[in-house]
Design a protein around this ligand. Structure first.
Ligand code: HEM
Length: 145
């Protein structure tokens, strides 16, 4: 099914592209809420954003990666062979670390696995999500336009 952005991407890939940008914007708003001291709102926004990211990764990105055929790879620009693995590595680390931060922030892990210095952990999670999203946008642009 063709996408709605007018590129070579499928509908699901366009949903993943737009959805990831929305998630990154939501996380930025969520970080701003923390800066302003609205921690409950911050927790809700970041938990929702991390959950939405998980759905995009498992619902679209991984199935899309697994469906690539060798001949499709032959026609990609060289930069895609740097951007794609970079996105896969940074994206995986960001997702796992982000889920860990969400589990700790909501008190869903045993006390011995929790951290109490929220700021550095959360700043790192936020930075990783942003880098993964930016590299993901580059991947979309390289392989679908
Ligand atoms: C879901 C449970 C979460 C809770 C309960 C929570 C709670 C907090 C608290 C209490 C702070 C203030 C820390 C301090 O001033 O020492 C904070 C800061 C921060 N959080 Fe979270 N957080 C959660 C999830 C996340 C996630 C998943 C991210 C990243 C996407 C994130 C990004 C940030 C950032 C960037 C700051 C630093 C803001 C600043 O520079 O002042 N948080 N959070």
């Amino acid at each position: 099914m063709t996408g709605f952005l007018g590129t070579k991407a499928t509908f699901a890939q366009d949903v993943s592209f737009v959805g990831s940008i929305v998630v990154a914007i939501a996380m930025t708003i969520g970080a701003y809420l923390a800066v302003r001291g609205y921690y409950t709102a911050h927790r809700w926004v970041q938990t929702g954003a991390a959950a939405a990211n998980l759905m995009l990764v498992f619902g679209v990105m991984i199935p899309s990666l697994l469906s690539v055929t060798p001949d499709e790879n032959l026609n990609l620009p060289t930069a895609a062979f740097v951007a794609m693995p970079a996105h896969e590595v940074v994206g995986t680390v960001a997702m796992l670390f982000g889920v860990y931060v969400v589990l700790v922030g909501n008190g869903w892990l045993p006390v011995r696995w929790r951290f109490t210095n929220y700021k550095p952990f959360m700043r790192l999670a936020f930075a990783l999500y942003l880098v993964a999203t930016i590299v993901g946008v580059v991947v979309y642009w390289l392989i679908h336009t």
